[in-house]
Design a binder for this molecule. Sequence first.
Ligand code: ZN
Length: 187
Amino acid sequence: MAYCFECGEPLVTGVPPGEDRKRQYCPACGYVHYLNPRILVSCIVHDGERVLWVRRGQDPQKNLWAMPAGFMENDETLQQAAVRELEEETGLRIPATDLDLVVLSSLAFINEVYVVFEARHEAVELQPVVPETLEVRFLAEAEAPWDELAYPYTEPYMRRCYQRLRSGEKEMLLGAFSHNIQQLKNV
Ligand SMILES: [Zn+2]
C-alpha cells in the first residue's frame, strides 16, 4: 500500500479520470503517481580496439562483466553522469568535453533509456577503487568475457561497439534493445 504524496490518503490502482492506462492515483485529491523510464548512462572508453570493462563486485550480477554504467541523478547532465559513473567504478577521470555521444537506445522491456558516450584514453593499468568493482581491464574483442556477461542480451550491442571502433564509424546509433535482438537496428 502506498500513500498519496500530496494528501496522505491511500493510492488506488486503476485508470485515473482522463487517462488511458492503469496507474496508481489518489481518488481523494486526484494526484497521479507517474512511473517513467530511468536513464542509464554509460561510457565506452577505448584505446585502439581495446575497451574498458569492469567486473562487478556486488549483486545484481556479482562477479560478471559489464561496461561502466549507472543511473543519472537529478541535477546533473548526461555527460556529468557518465563521467561520475566512470570514475566511481574504475577510478578513471575523463573530462566531460572528451565524450562523444554514440548510442541512444530504448530498453522498453526494463523501462530504461540507454545513453552511451565514447572516449579515447590510453589503456593504463587500473585498480578497483570501490568494493562495487572487482576488476577493471582494457580488453580487445577476442579477449572480452563473452561467457561472463552481467547482461547477456547486451552482447550484440557490445560486439557492434567493437566493430564501430575498428571501422572508424562516426554516426550515432539510434536503436532499441530487446531480449533477443541480434543487432542494434534503427527504429
Ligand atoms: Zn491525494
